[in-house]
Design a protein around this ligand. Structure first.
Ligand code: ZN
Length: 323
């Protein structure tokens, strides 16, 4: 009798601590990118591993056809998931699929947009409302103003010009703008993100958008001189969105700062809360911190990733000029 009682109490405690909670179901969509410079076949397994190692998420991958492909057998059933993570960049989707994603987020589903996923779908207004800002694929002032921080405040700038630019890949100093937001709570006010592209001149409606963190785009590195949005949250209907402009390649994804914000952002879009602690290895104001086991998921790592940071397939053909 006593034994039974303590076993029952044990399971009550486990339930209370969340250890027995069902994992958050995540659908990671990939299958296309704007060129060979974004190797989704390499980066998707990294994103999946980073989410699943928290124990909070179960990740299913859905490989979507490229624009104009045969979508007849692509039935992602968004409603079975709490979060959709997009690692997908293509110009267009069929109307019924667009409507399904709109309904999913509008009714309270979570969406996470990683790096070049904000290049996708320039002609889909609802998607651009979900991401807030995006670049390339012939976007210009028609896509909306540029958004950046000026004297500590988010401003919009409707001067004309193309959308989307970045300089050489360098470590990026990330500055927190919303320290009390659940995703940012406990993170240092300033930290160094590992080598990555610093997206600038992104344009979009910027509706229901809060910029959590920015980085200075350095004119010495083809930058704007502005403090550009890096981590963003938005709402669309009842749905929450986390948009990180970071994450060009496996090296960038291996940054402990990237990982932590991805993991926290994905939990927040699902539940509105963040229960994950900040890891002790989180980068500081002058120190990058990356996970070697994650970085080594890129086969180029063995050849010396800092000198061969361009994926082998991108070196085979010249990259189009806009990315
Ligand atoms: Zn990129």
């Amino acid at each position: 009798m006593r034994k039974f009682k303590s076993a029952a109490l044990g399971s009550v405690l486990l339930m209370a601590s969340g250890a027995m909670a069902a994992p958050i179901q995540v659908l990671l969509v990939d299958g296309a990118s704007g060129g060979s410079f974004h190797n989704w076949r390499l980066t998707t397994p990294v994103l999946k591993a980073e989410l699943e190692e928290t124990g909070l998420f179960q990740v299913t991958v859905a490989i979507a056809p490229e624009s104009g492909g045969d979508f007849s057998s692509f039935k992602p059933e968004f409603g079975k998931y709490q979060v959709i993570v997009s690692n997908y960049d293509a110009p267009e989707w069929p109307a019924d699929l667009r409507r399904q994603l709109e309904q999913f987020v509008h009714q309270g589903g979570g969406l996470v947009v990683v790096h070049a996923a904000d290049n996708a779908f320039p002609g889909w207004p609802e998607y651009n409302e979900m991401t807030g800002i995006g670049g390339w694929r012939n976007r210009n002032e028609q896509a909306g103003p540029m958004w950046y921080f000026k004297e500590g405040k988010l401003v919009s700038d409707d001067s004309p010009g193309p959308a989307g630019s970045h300089g050489a890949r360098l470590p990026i100093k990330i500055v927190t703008r919303e320290p009390e937001h659940p995703i940012m709570k406990g993170l240092p006010p300033v930290w160094m993100h590992a080598t990555d592209e610093l997206y600038a001149t992104l344009r979009g409606p910027g509706k229901n958008m809060t910029v959590l963190a920015t980085a200075h785009s350095d004119p010495e590195n083809k930058g704007t001189g502005h403090d550009e949005p890096m981590l963003i949250v938005l709402s669309y209907g009842k749905g929450r969105i986390f948009h990180t402009t970071l994450g060009h390649d496996v090296m960038a994804l291996s940054c402990v700062g990237f990982m932590t914000t991805l993991q926290r952002g994905t939990e927040w879009v699902a539940t509105g809360k963040v229960t994950q602690p900040v890891p002790a290895s989180f980068p500081t104001a002058n120190t990058v911190s990356y996970r070697v086991d994650i970085a080594a998921m890129d086969p180029a790592f063995r050849k010396g990733i800092l000198t061969t940071a361009t994926p082998a397939d991108a070196m085979a053909k010249p990259a189009p000029p806009q990315k």
